[in-house]
Design a protein around this ligand. Sequence first.
Ligand code: PBG
Length: 326
Amino acid sequence: MSGFPDVRMRRLRQSPAVRGMVRETTILPQQLVLPLFVREGLTEPLPISSMPGVVQHSLDSLPSAVAEAAEAGVGGVMLFGVPAVRDATGSGADDPAGILNIATSVVAAEAGDALVVQTDLCLDEFTDHGHCGVLGADGSVDNDATLERYVSMALAQARAGSHLLGLSGMMDGQVAAVRAALDAEGFTQTLLLAYAAKYASAFYGPFREAVDSQLTGDRRTYQLDPGNRREGIREAVVDEAEGADIVMVKPAMAFLDVLREVRDTVSVPVWAYQVSGEYAMVEAAAANGWIDRRAAVQESLLSIRRAGADAVLTYWATEAARWLRD
Ligand code: PBG
């Protein structure tokens, strides 16, 4: 029984019913997380041109987007704030009246227990130089000074009602510093998602428009070199040891090998972020009639799950969840 004609692989593919019973990978709506942008000062949603179908929300339009996601069974929403004013230290980030913290309390009130309210914990949207941390005298990103800012942000977000903090800044020691500060203030149940293996990627391009990024240059002194697989695994191991409840690989589709290896290495849940450029590529090709949009979206999500992601952040979360339910 080692080969044809004893082995007929096509027997398992003969009908939808048989294929359904032997399908190895599935996706559930609750395994999807919807990223949402909210911009200070907007009176109505503003389309993001490089991400067709995605908008910057106003505080008024945000609750219905959350309600729709919850209705579709999406597991959570990840909030990003776009402030009207920026400065060197990103002071809007930990201001209780800052756009992200206000939006968090609005969303937490809307969501109740229906989904997990998640917030991006990073300074880049709030700094006038666009870096994920504060700068030292020599102009480089100062790791340890940034940790103090992250701790302050974490407490502001937890107080605003965030259930899960997405530590996306790639500073060393960020998980341990934030965990200790939260615990000391009694926020022992606030979850920490560590963007453990976050690569310096060209696929973040459309996101820079989405958050009106002020960055000139790049993030290569803190985000990972795309050529490095082992280093990505090591980041995940370090973050798990620091107390991360969940670790992340980002982007998703260009790093499926890293995702698989992280899943096989750590014991905490592993999530993946299907980023803005991944979204934009499929939307652009579909708009040209070059690929079947729905099939491509579903296959992309399946590939990320198959590579080992327990959950996926995707701009298609609500739509894909609806497809799964229908
Ligand atoms: C940083 C952050 C970025 C993304 C999520 N969080 C941008 C970056 O690191 O430059 C990108 C997400 C996407 O491209 O969809 N706060």
